[in-house]
Design a protein around this ligand. Sequence first.
Ligand code: PEP
Ligand code: MG
Length: 749
Amino acid sequence: MPHRTETDSRKLLRKLRDEMSLANPGQERLDRITTIITESMGVDVCSIYLFRDPDTLELCATEGLRPESVHQTRLRLGEGLVGKVARLARPVNTANAPAEQGFRYMPETGEEVFTSFLGVPVQRLGERLGVLVVQAKEPRLYSEDEVYGLEVVAMVIAEMTELGAFTGEGTSFATPHQNPAMLRGVTAQEGEAEGQVWLHQPRVVITNLVNDDSRAELVRLNTAVETLRVSIDQLLATAGGSRDKEHMEVLQTYRMFAHSRGWMKRMEEDIRLGLSAEAAVEKEQSAARARLERVPDAYLRDRLHDLDDLSNRLLRILTGQGNETGAEMPERPILVARNIGPGELLEYGRKLRGVVLEEGAVGSHATIVARALAIPLVINVPRITTEALNGDHILVDGTEGVVHLRPDDSISSAFRDKMAMQAKAQERYAILRDKPAQARCGTEIALKMNAGLLADLPSLPNSGADAVGLFRTELQFLVQDRMPKRSDLVANYARVLDAAAGRKVYFRTLDIGSDKVMPYMNRPDEPNPAMGWRALRVGLDKPGVLRMQLQALIRAAKGRALSVMFPLVATASEFTQAHDTLLREIERERRLGHPLPENLEVGAMLETPSLAYAPDSFFEAVDFISIGGNDLKQFFFAADRENELVRRRYDTLNVSFLTFLQVIVDRCHSARTDLSFCGEDAGRPIDALALAGIGITSLSMRPASIGPVKSLIRRANLIEVTELISRVQSRGLETARPALLDYVATLVD
Ligand code: PEP
Ligand code: MG
């Protein structure tokens, strides 16, 4: 095989482009391409294998192998050398194919006479589309230039596949972005939604793949890279004062990549071989995405993501396609993104029906915001940004953590039935709205709602909640990029109290640290942030923000009743200190002549087992205790609430945990202290029933959970539930859940 030159490569690409401009059927185009490549590269065989489904490659066109094998020969991902190329997403180059590990002989193709083999992946932005193979009788290894040249051709084929150039009669292979796909992720906010995909960062569409003038194209690339560098320098200069280490680190990585000689050299080489500047950027981006899938190290993966972002920026500069592609947001948008910041998500707000993220974390700010907005959210959905196109039909099952992309009719109708059933149930709950959560035995449970944004408050009157049992004040701090001023806080809290229209709001002071990190505050690197410097610990050590917040709460109350609780109190003395701080602020406000709350309730969140055993005097000193079940459970079982590997491992209805909660109930009872439970479990009907059964008569939950919980409590007899739990305890069982489920099944609807 002759040594290939830049001119050969350019000629080949131009021939491919010319071929594409003819209005031939898909199969004819594929056949022509294999002929052109065989002739141009001086090889005996050229074959194109494309994915028929995610696991099967099909020989779709060949020059040199037996024509009868086209659309007959199929390989599984990883099977034979072709399957190996697809699985590894990198070239396989061998002078002696039969001796190569993984070789599989396919007799129907007649390939036994061809010894040398070079296969390269056909992929676009990490999406596997197929494999391009050349073979020759002569036993020889292909040169680096040849491998590179074939990769460039594969890139063009990938783009053509993407643009649907090979669809039509006779081509039975899977066309990307047309088939249904079911993708599994992790539930971050329950609920179901149907709508159309709205990509947070729509892909750039490349129409010119091949260049006519390499020199002009190199100038275009260099100019665009220069613009990119300047824009990153500007970003760095603006962020210069930022204390957010992570943000600065990302920008510095951007700068490093933007000045990387290796990256530039590869793109320049692609252009010399005949690609357009944008095709060259995308080729390197695809290669980086393929690497990303193989890198197990989280830090390196992040850096490869940075390169991916940078490539997108460069593509936008080159194509002039900004974030705004002119597309109109669909009527029922489901946001699809790799990741999204809380502020950006808040900007979309309630317009969104659902959110699907490729990354994300259960405790991330975006998740917190999605929860506050009650938008179904599925995170950690692999490849969703690659698979989905703007406008695609999508079903989000937040409860199961599953996403159906371009679902077929049977899936859609089953999903709609499920949604309709839930809507019916909600209607039934709506009837209960003004009825008390009174069990058949006569005991009444106070149901309150959790909130964190002013936007949540309108749901208070409709939810049937008696009060806001937990107002997470940190959300206001998390969603903006600077520390809010006291006047901002006063205005916000006043509006919250106005909207609550006389119902109580239990304001929790700032609970930052651990998973909740404010970008503008210095954050120490901690080995174990959940058990680190967080919540009230920060408030007591650096009381500036806590004091400002307490002042704002007093001012916002403007003489109305005020309820304040402190998060993560671990010892009685921490509560005393916090309480004293509040009393000092009250005194200060009095001196300044501001009206004082007509009634003040001060409580502690019990989130560490230690506080359950605090002295009696503590239980007498607090006005109320609110159990933060999410944290309490993680510390009780030593199971990180953010860690997917362990977070579902222990049941709230585990008898040890229920027995421990009973200690808290007894202690509050003896001290006549009000007790409430405000973790997520309070919103799960069976769990709520158990909590009520052990004597917790106030539960605070997401507004959407109030109906289902109320409905179950009204049907149950709490005396029977209490007895049932005692029986489970005395029988030495590990969990009360099966017994409770059996009990609930006997209740009439
Ligand atoms: C809890 O820990 O249960 C709680 C309500 O607080 P957060 O979830 O905000 O930590
Ligand atoms: Mg907590």
